[in-house]
Design a protein around this ligand. Structure first.
Ligand code: CMC
Length: 458
């Protein structure tokens, strides 16, 4: 059988046209407004930019050159690190838009591959564009057979996120022909390869951890359906994917697909800014996502609900979360940007109910704890004052557990879906004519220059 093309042919997609379409025009953001900064007796005028929506931004890029001063913003709470056309969050309203489309509409009416096309290309696909894109993705779900042997070097009890970091980084060792970031065609092929192969790698990591043989992808199944099949089918018997569950999985992927300049996306951009190949950049993103303050929160939230166990123990945990001397936080609560209900949490809560209903799970004690905890926290002055609302991870754990995934797989599923966002953001960065290596500065507080002392005299 002849292999399907790796990506669209040059006739199908005019790469130059695509690149030009996505090339940025920053002059469109310029306003006549300036911010005046008085420093060392000089007044400096700093240009102010205005995006389509959202807060305006002061351009401080020339500040160091003109004054010798840096800006100081640990955690980047007030810093826009780039300009982007992909995703917009209004944290006060609790709004999330992918290329302008509200997340609720995409989750309700769209599907994940269509969302992936949208994030990558800027617009929803036509029928023909969608057919070409989904065919390219579905036909490249297999990974190099040698990757199986590579994976076997891991311990069986390795955390699947550890396997993901290694396997995705290793893609650059298996697919050399799409690592030239200066070639738009190779960038497109690498992007599509990652979206196509990440479910296979995630399912391999899962199968490996439970001691079952890998299940090869099936190109006749949809994206989420194929993933569930690779995770839960076994060679010994037929496995039919429940369409309601596949739809819920697809929705979960849509909800996680992108989230503007979060920690892992910024990591991907920073890694990519040095010219590193895209597979290596995605591995960096996965490593960052793993942390409990970010993607690891879904695993941590479920562990927390299990630890709370019963509704009567909630006040004890809420008190711990409010105690300044206790590092404990309510996992699945709070967000750097959302100061309102996370819109993804609303959709996730619905998906959670749909899954539990479909699976006939009437009384899930964890769901009872979650709903009561949410109610108590939302009425508590501490959480109200600090604007701490449930985020996407609060309900995703219960849903994923009901779907049959162990907690260690939760962040893997997040990484799978977020790969699309990382790829879209990485492409946008590479195509930005003003893109330079990301190189933050620092406020140095260590020892001043001093002379080396010989070890005998120390
Ligand atoms: N429980 C209790 N208190 C909290 C919580 C929480 N979950 N989150 C924040 N606070 C308090 C925090 O102690 C601080 O109080 P104070 O002003 O008195 O020092 C205040 O609220 C502000 O917190 P912060 O850490 O300065 O806020 P941040 O923007 O740096 O952190 C966060 C955001 C998401 C890391 C944080 O809210 C958190 O750790 N939440 C739990 C982990 C979690 O659910 N993460 C998933 C985020 S959504 C998925 C994703 O995008 O990755």
């Amino acid at each position: 059988m002849e292999a399907a093309p790796l990506g669209p042919t040059d006739q199908q997609i005019n790469v130059k046209e695509q690149v030009e379409k996505m090339t940025k025009d920053r002059s469109a953001h310029q306003t006549n407004d300036v911010a005046k900064l008085e420093v060392d007796g000089k007044t400096l005028e700093l240009p102010i930019y205005k995006g389509v929506v959202g807060p305006r931004a002061i351009d401080v890029s020339k500040l160091y050159g003109q004054t010798g001063l840096f800006t100081f913003d640990p955690g980047f709470t007030s810093t826009a690190s780039c300009d982007s056309d992909i995703t917009y969050i209004d944290g006060d309203k609790g709004e999330l838009l992918y290329r302008g489309y509200p997340i609720e509409q995409l989750a309700d009416k769209g599907d994940f591959l269509e969302t992936a096309y949208l994030l990558l290309n800027g617009d929803l696909p036509s029928k023909a564009e969608f057919a070409e894109f989904s065919k390219a993705i579905t036909n490249h779900t297999m990974v190099h057979e040698q990757m199986q042997y590579f994976m076997r070097g891991f311990r069986r009890d390795a955390h699947p996120m550890a396997i993901m970091v290694g396997m995705v980084g290793a893609l650059s060792a298996f697919y050399h022909d799409s690592t030239d970031i200066n070639d738009p065609k190779q960038r497109m092929i690498a992007s599509r390869r990652m979206i196509a192969k990440i479910p296979t790698i995630a399912a391999m990591a899962y199968k490996y951890s439970v001691g079952q043989p890998m299940v090869y992808p099936r190109n006749d199944l949809g994206y989420a359906e194929n993933f569930l099949h690779m995770c839960f089918a076994v060679p010994a018997e037929e496995y039919k994917v429940n369409p309601v569950i596949a739809r819920a999985m697809d929705k979960i992927f849509i909800l996680h697909a992108d989230h503007e300049q979060n920690a892992s996306t910024s990591t991907v951009r920073l890694a990519g800014s040095s010219g590193a190949n895209p597979f290596a950049c995605m591995a960096a993103g996965i490593a960052c996502l793993w942390g409990p303050a970010h993607g690891g929160a879904n695993e941590a939230a479920l562990n927390m609900l299990q630890e709370i166990g019963t509704v009567d123990r909630i006040p004890e945990f809420v008190a711990k979360a409010k105690d300044k001397d206790d590092p404990f936080r309510l996992m699945g609560f709070g967000h750097r940007v959302y100061k309102n209900y996370d819109p993804r949490a609303t959709v996730m809560q619905q998906a959670c109910h749909e899954v539990l209903k479909e699976l006939g799970i009437k009384d899930d004690p964890l769901l009872d704890v979650a709903m009561e905890l949410e109610k108590i926290a939302l009425n508590d002055p501490y959480f109200i004052e600090k604007k701490l609302y449930p985020n996407i991870d609060f309900y995703s754990g219960i849903t994923l557990k009901a779907l049959g995934f162990p907690t260690t797989m939760f962040t893997v599923l997040f990484a799978l879906a977020r790969t699309v966002g990382w790829v879209a953001q990485w492409n946008e960065m590479i195509q930005d004519p003003e893109q330079r290596i990301g190189r933050p500065r620092q406020l140095y507080n260590g020892a001043a220059s001093r002379d080396y002392t010989d070890i005998a005299k120390r």
